[in-house]
Design a protein around this ligand. Structure first.
Ligand SMILES: NC(=O)c1ccc[n+]([C@@H]2O[C@H](COP(=O)([O-])OP(=O)(O)OC[C@H]3O[C@@H](n4cnc5c(N)ncnc54)[C@H](O)[C@@H]3O)[C@@H](O)[C@H]2O)c1
Length: 343
């Protein structure tokens, strides 16, 4: 089996997660790392025994020994990096969101199809075992007709106006924040599980903090931060903290979801506990409540074949899944070994 030599672009939170995941996949080799900072990139490469570190990703695209690139940089860089990589003949695995506009995403899809290269987006939540179980049940016809899809993805890490990250800045992240950052995971799971496509939607987006205190230095995702007034500038924000969406999946199926980056953990836990309690009687798939309480998805259906909790008078039960966003290795490994490189 040919070893796929991949270059990882980005040395932040996801860059490191991908690096570890790649090193757990037998037939993929982390051959190079790209980062903005020479010293930090060299240190990371040394720590993971990666032979090459570079602060010029185009140099890696020109390298004939590199087969694929794995893009883990801020969203607004995805399109140009993916496009240049495809043009250089490299397969692409790109973090979500693939691009910040539909037109850019369509251009990449066309380019990849023309060049017969892989152009994959890392919607890793679909690979959680419970999500796969829901999909398998639906494919086997066990769930009957899906009527309603509901979900929530709540985080609290951008609750205060002192919380800052490149995601807040539309120039680095694109016009959408909560929806593009975490809502995109929900919609990918919803479509993956049901086999349906979102056909139309109506959204209410809210930016609670119209300004935030932007640190003068850079802040990596989930890094601890303690700032003094002289360390930040008051910066206008127009990306959303919260969004509520009602949507249609074809003619009959209906759905609703919320995504939030300002829902405090306690609220989130209580809300999810309440959700779990309410749904307990509707539960079909087994659920594991360890790990992050932050994201969940439920589908409600008609004509479920094997549901032990079936109540014929009230309609059939649904399937429920929750994923732990910290446990990224398993799904990443599945993506890298099954999807990205076409095995
Ligand atoms: N699939 C998932 O579950 C998941 C989870 C988290 C993040 N992501 C995606 O991964 C990508 C990277 O996110 P992250 O959480 O690793 O971010 P991060 O802030 O931890 O790391 C970003 C990296 O890009 C570099 N960088 C280059 N230009 C930058 C700029 N203008 N501003 C800030 N940093 C810049 C930073 O130095 C850093 O190495 C994003 O597209 C994000 O949506 C996906």
């Amino acid at each position: 089996m040919k070893t796929i030599r991949t270059a990882i672009l980005g040395t932040g939170f996801m860059g490191r997660v991908h690096l570890e995941a790649v090193q757990r996949v037998e037939s993929v080799e982390a051959a190079a790392i790209f980062g903005r900072n020479d010293d930090a990139t060299a240190r990371l490469a040394a720590a993971f025994s990666v032979p090459k570190a570079s602060s010029d990703y185009r140099e890696l695209f020109r390298d004939p020994a590199i087969d694929a690139v794995d893009i883990c940089t801020p969203n607004a860089q995805h399109f140009s990096m993916a496009k240049e990589a495809l043009q250089a003949g490299k397969h692409v695995l790109c973090e979500k969101p693939l691009t910040t506009t539909v037109a850019e995403a369509e251009e990449l899809v066309t380019l990849a199809a023309r060049s017969k290269l892989r152009n994959c987006v890392c919607h890793n939540l679909r690979y959680y075992p419970q999500v796969q179980q829901m999909r398998a049940l639906r494919e086997a016809g066990e769930l009957g007709e899906i009527l309603v899809v509901q979900g929530t993805y709540s985080q609290d890490w951008l609750l205060y106006d002192t919380d800052w990250n490149w995601r807040v800045d539309a120039k680095a992240a694109g016009a959408s924040r909560a929806m593009a950052d975490i809502g995109s995971h929900f919609f990918d799971m919803a479509e993956h599980v049901t086999g349906l496509r979102v056909s139309s939607l109506c959204a209410d987006l809210q930016t609670f903090h119209k300004t935030r205190k932007q640190p003068k230095g850079s802040v990596e995702t989930f890094a601890n931060k303690m700032m003094r007034p002289e360390d930040y500038v008051e910066t206008p924000v127009d990306t959303e903290d919260f969004g509520a969406v009602v949507f249609r999946m074809g003619d009959r199926t209906r759905g609703a979801m919320t995504a939030s980056q300002v829902s405090a953990v306690l609220t989130s836990i209580l809300a999810n506990c309440a959700l779990v309690a309410i749904k307990a009687t509707l539960l079909y798939c087994s659920t594991a409540f360890s790990g992050s309480p932050s994201d969940s998805m439920a589908i409600y259906n008609l004509g479920c074949k094997r549901n032990p909790l079936r109540n014929p008078r009230r309609g059939d039960a649904g399937a429920f899944a929750r994923s732990n966003t910290q446990a990224a290795y398993y799904p990443l490994k599945r993506i890298l070994s099954t999807v990205a490189y076409g095995k």
